[in-house]
Write a protein that binds this ligand. Structure first.
Ligand SMILES: [Zn+2]
Length: 67
């Protein structure tokens, strides 16, 4: 009985560790895309990718650039 309980707790802890690992890896990826700097093709301004708008494979800093 004790062996079974130990086995179950080991499986649960491994499962939780794997889940935490994948979550932190995902968060790291999100942080990296947040800090990425792109250049606006219209005014050549360097801006964070989160504030840029993707148009035809290039980046724009504001919606008013899109025609
Ligand atoms: Zn611009």
């Amino acid at each position: 009985m004790w062996q079974f309980l130990i086995l179950v707790s080991v499986i649960i802890s491994v499962y939780i560790l794997t889940k935490i690992n994948s979550q932190s890896r995902k968060a790291l990826k999100n942080n990296r895309t947040k800090t990425e700097i792109v250049k606006c093709k219209v005014c050549n301004l360097n801006i964070p990718q989160t504030e840029a708008i993707r148009v035809d494979g290039t980046w724009c800093c504001a919606k008013k650039h899109i025609h």
